[in-house]
Design a binder for this molecule. Structure first.
Ligand SMILES: *Cc1c(COP(=O)(O)O)cnc(C)c1O
Length: 446
């Protein structure tokens, strides 16, 4: 059977121009192990993008696999309204040990976008039920990414995904800033005072009265091109939100569970959000699951006699799916007893050093930036002026195609090459994937 031909007969792949598959058909993966994926022809690919950032502890991790198998023969799914199960309760107990202080109520969804929708609705309804019916809008950062459903897309600010759908979406207040590589104040992210925060202050002064919440990807704007900004920004935002009675929603979907070197990105700032969305790493990349976590205070605003109509009438069929919860529990166990995040921090230093050594000398590398094991290489036309490459050349995509032939999955964001590997990556693989990436970059850029 020609699996690639069969695939294209039926499948409309996500986030793809299907015509591109004429020259580069989908790679049909047969099995996975650790950071390796193997296709039906037996070729091996290093998955240094963690299969869209969700694989945390390697493919077919034996501990997670057996946890899910055990659950599979016990209970596969049950309605989560009026019913519960030990697996979900246990997962919440485990999460309580690690989530930022003050967060304590867990509402389950089955994907990240849905958990963002939930956070937005929750915030709006909280304000409605606590005497602030004018708070009907949301603030978000420029170039933010929060998912693909209409509400999540509206708070997102990456035009590539949202521009066309503007007529369908709510009007969001956009806070400019956070491209630290091209800082308009001429500062550097390691020692600035977040001068750009004045944009947030201005937005709050003008719009806080009509604003329910501000949503952020803490420290790392992933889809924007792995942009990294300082923790001070979150601290300041916490302060501003308190002053104006606006909720701070942390979209930790990409940053959670050790990706930034700490359990959550908010841990770097030493403050807590009012609502936090978690998903990708939560099940180690095994099962679709997300949770919107919030505070007792927000929860209490919905708690009353049924006829008062204050309940949060939001549901997803697969809420709290036991198989996903069993994966989640085992992920938390592994993170803890195999000291994964501590070890990843050590590896992160090595990884960042070899990437800087290899890439910074290239004339088209504008910046190498990193947080945790995530490293991004921004390619530019001119280092001094930081002029981007002509996007029509699709340089990143050319590099992607080359690297695939050599067994590495890079999948750049525009012309930003990045690594976001499973936390269990070893040094020899770091050497290998960076060598290949360098080779391909040189071949494409000359
Ligand atoms: C992936 C992602 C989402 C959306 O999650 P899905 O499960 O793809 O719907 C939202 N926010 C951030 C920061 C993400 O990285």
């Amino acid at each position: 059977m020609n699996w690639q031909e069969e695939d294209l007969k039926y499948i409309w792949h996500p986030c793809s121009q299907m015509k591109d598959y004429e020259t580069l058909p989908p790679i049909v993966i047969e099995k996975g192990e650790g950071i390796n994926l193997y296709d039906t022809e037996g070729n091996c690919y290093k998955d240094v993008i963690s299969s869209w950032w969700c694989n945390l502890l390697g493919h077919c991790n034996p501990r997670i696999s057996s946890a899910v198998k055990r659950q599979l023969d016990t209970l596969e799914h049950v309605i989560f309204a009026n019913f519960s199960h030990k697996t979900a309760i246990t997962l919440c107990q485990k999460l309580m040990e690690i989530i930022p202080e003050g967060l304590c109520k867990f509402n389950f969804a089955d994907n990240g976008s849905a958990s963002v929708e939930m956070a937005l609705k929750m915030s709006f309804q909280y304000h409605l039920q606590t005497g602030h019916p004018k708070k009907v809008r949301f603030m978000a950062l420029s170039d933010a990414y929060h998912g693909e459903t209409l509400g999540a897309l509206a708070v997102g600010g990456v035009d590539l995904y949202s521009e066309m759908y503007k007529p369908l979406m709510m009007d969001v207040i956009r806070i400019e800033g956070l491209d630290c590589y091209r800082c308009p104040y001429g500062k550097c992210r390691d020692n600035c005072l977040c001068e750009c925060f004045e944009n947030a202050e201005k937005a709050f002064e003008k719009y806080a009265e009509e604003t329910a919440a501000v949503i952020v990807e803490p420290l790392l704007q992933g889809s924007a091109g792995m942009r990294i900004y300082p923790p001070l920004y979150l601290k300041k935002l916490r302060h501003l939100c308190d002053k104006y009675n606006v909720h701070l929603i942390a979209d930790e979907i990409a940053t959670g569970f050790g990706r930034t070197g700490k359990m959550f990105a908010f841990n770097h700032a030493g403050v807590s959000p009012d609502i936090m969305c978690i998903s990708k790493g939560l099940t180690g990349g095994y099962m679709p699951m997300a949770i919107t976590v919030t505070t007792q205070k927000i929860y209490d605003a919905f708690y009353d006699d049924y006829l008062k109509g204050k309940a949060f009438m939001h549901s997803h069929t697969y809420s709290g799916n036991p198989l996903a919860c069993s994966a989640g529990i085992e992920v938390m166990n592994i993170l803890k007893d195999e000291h994964i995040i501590e070890k990843a921090q050590e590896k992160a230093v090595y990884f960042n050093n070899i990437i800087k050594d290899k890439f910074l000398p290239l004339k088209n590398v504008g910046e190498v930036r990193s947080i945790g094991l995530i490293n991004a290489i921004e390619l530019v036309k001119d280092k001094n002026t930081k002029t981007p490459l002509d996007s029509k050349l699709r340089t990143g995509y050319q590099i992607y195609k080359k690297a695939l032939q050599k067994g590495v999955i890079l999948r750049p964001l525009g012309d930003v090459i990045y690594f976001n590997p499973p936390l269990i990556i070893e040094k020899n693989d770091m050497d290998f994937v960076t060598d290949i990436a360098l080779e391909c970059t040189k071949e494409i850029l000359g």
